[in-house]
Design a protein around this ligand. Structure first.
Ligand code: NAD
Length: 297
């Protein structure tokens, strides 16, 4: 807490999602310091939003909360435990709270939570859904889990600054498991819609009309309503969600299926298609360009 009584937040990873989320934290009155390995992006963000930009991870350690919004769990662990010779973990005090809002691997999260807990530090996993639009509006869905309910209580005011629906989904790692499974369902919906549009077009249907029909019929989903309408039919292909991140998420869900020994033929196919689209188009291309990869089949 600052002298003025404001809680302090160190936010790591101000990309497509982290940028608007951090902005909402600052608007909600928290004292914010950001960090990103892209120095130029960090400086620009700090200037635009009137917040502090840390030059090293260690500078973040004194904050009441550390938030990570990074590409995957491996990077989260590197940043917290290994980067700058482990400076952040060495400087963090017992009683600190880390909130990982990235979409990460649930088993890795559970393991990391145990390592941090041994040092008296709580790790709360709180991944999000809703995309860049809802990150900007502060209306994300947040799936929060930790081994300590008290830790979730402590970080809830911070989550409220970014989200509208906050679900407590279980013990450590359950938030990340929930997020991966949600993304499996939404990606499968996108793949199914792509397939339907391509079949329909070949038969003589118009894809815009098909999406309009689906959006007031039982086929409606986030994919038909937002992604297909604006980004595929509207040809923007700019949802702000990278194909490489989408492929990572469904792979996390498939690994989870293996861990719990459940067969997952639909999921396995979705993973295969996402991986091959990522490899042929490139990981940084927009997720909605998956439609383009499908159309070439
Ligand atoms: P992004 O690539 O736009 O942003 C990631 C940021 O992290 C970048 O600014 C990058 O410079 C920074 N970064 C990467 N490695 C770093 C490191 N070692 N140290 C410091 N900074 C580092 O990604 P995003 O779309 O904002 O996604 C972030 C996370 O949120 C991912 O786990 C993603 O799966 C998840 N997610 C994304 C969306 C979406 O629609 N984009 C929606 C929900 C969840």
């Amino acid at each position: 807490m600052t002298k003025k009584g404001r809680d302090t937040v160190g936010f790591i990873g101000i990309g497509n999602m982290g940028g608007p989320m951090a902005s909402n934290i600052s608007k909600a009155g928290f004292d914010l310091t950001i960090f990103d390995m892209d120095r130029e992006r960090a400086q620009q963000f700090a200037k635009t939003h009137g917040v502090k930009s840390a030059r090293t991870l260690a500078e973040l350690a004194a904050n009441d909360f550390i938030v990570t919004m990074l590409p995957n769990g491996k990077i989260v662990r590197e940043v917290l435990m290994e980067a700058e010779g482990g400076a952040l973990i060495a400087a963090l005090k017992p009683g600190s709270h880390i909130v990982d809002m990235s979409s990460a691997e649930p088993e890795g999260t559970r393991e990391l939570a145990g390592i941090l807990q041994a040092r008296g530090i709580d790790l709360v996993d709180a991944p999000v859904s809703g995309g860049v639009g809802r990150a900007a509006d502060g209306t994300l869905t947040i799936m929060v889990s930790a081994d300590s309910e008290a830790a979730i209580d402590q970080v809830t005011p911070l989550l409220i600054a970014m989200g509208k629906q906050i679900f407590r989904v279980g013990r450590s790692g359950c938030g990340h498991a929930m997020k991966a499974l949600n993304n499996f369902v939404s990606t499968a919906g996108f793949v199914a819609t792509s397939e339907a549009l391509l079949i329909g077009e070949r038969f003589g249907l118009n894809r815009g009309t098909m999406v309009d029909v689906m959006n007031v019929s039982t086929g409606r989903s986030f994919s038909t309503d937002v992604l297909m309408k604006d980004h595929v039919v509207g040809e923007k292909f700019g949802s702000g969600f990278a194909l490489g991140l989408a492929a990572k998420d469904v792979k996390i869900a498939a690994d989870l299926a293996k861990t719990v020994k459940r067969q997952s033929p639909v999921l396995d196919l979705v993973v295969e298609e996402c991986m091959s689209a990522r490899d042929s188009l490139g990981a940084t291309r927009d997720f909605t360009e998956l439609y383009i990869a499908w159309s070439r089949k």
